[in-house]
Design a protein around this ligand. Sequence first.
Ligand SMILES: Nc1nc2c(c(=O)[nH]1)N[C@@H](CN(C=O)c1ccc(C(=O)N[C@@H](CCC(=O)O)C(=O)O)cc1)CN2
Length: 278
Amino acid sequence: MAKIIDGKAIAQEIRKEIKERVEELKARGKQPGLAVVLVGNNPASQTYVRMKEKACQEVGMYSEVHRLPEETSEEELLTLIDQLNANEKIHGILVQLPLPEHIDEKKIIDRILPEKDVDGFHPVNVGNLFTNTARFVACTPRGCIELLDRMGVEIEGKKAVVIGRSNIVGKPVAMLLLHRNATVTLCHSRTADLKKECLDADILVVAVGRPEMITGDMIKEGAVVIDVGINRLEDGRLVGDVHFESAKEKASMITPVPGGVGPMTIAMLLLNTLEACE
Ligand SMILES: Nc1nc2c(c(=O)[nH]1)N[C@@H](CN(C=O)c1ccc(C(=O)N[C@@H](CCC(=O)O)C(=O)O)cc1)CN2
């Protein structure tokens, strides 16, 4: 039976450490500042933005949230980004995704100064991740690695399998695992024999966005399973991409959903903002 990786508790521990570092900075006359931009009325995005605002307050960071209507034009959003880029109180800028369809996500992200891109989505930061010289790494992938480290999981020399090749999670987490000397396989919807690849994994990271797709019979005895998926079912339940009940019988450690990787995303955003200020 697997040990449950308590992401909520680990994120709380990290937030406490960040609070202490913010207090030290404040004593030297500096306060980290984060600007969060939300366009439209996506209910999940509204929740995440509120969580980010509260997290900033708790650790003593300055924060401002710009809530813009759904019909905001690309030009208006770019103008706001320019203002935030020039604002000395702001060390980190985050545009909550997804954006409404009429706005080109790439155009907006590219406009954020790389040194304020605490989401780690700007091409300069993505490129630096590739060469292992990253200033900012995307929050969810960084959170996955932090969970492994804080649970004492050895990464070097292990077979790591990542399922999902998104720019936000799959690709960056594969790169981070590679930089830690894991042997990495990156799987996707066209992978010929997904079960075979999964059964090879000492560390399995799943980020596909399909509820409970990975079942216990696809997991090697003793593997460490990191479930990045957050899926809301019709009955209101929140589940991951991994079928938790069957997977926990095979894994040595596993993240739950909720309470696994999710809370780490916000903890890593605070950490990136703190580092941007430092
Ligand atoms: N600009 C960004 N947009 C989005 C990101 C991101 O990193 N940057 N990631 C996701 C959403 N996200 C943060 O923005 C996020 C998702 C989930 C959680 C979380 O703590 N989840 C809880 C469950 C919460 C619930 O009840 O719904 C958990 O897993 O325990 C935090 C942040 C997409 N957009």
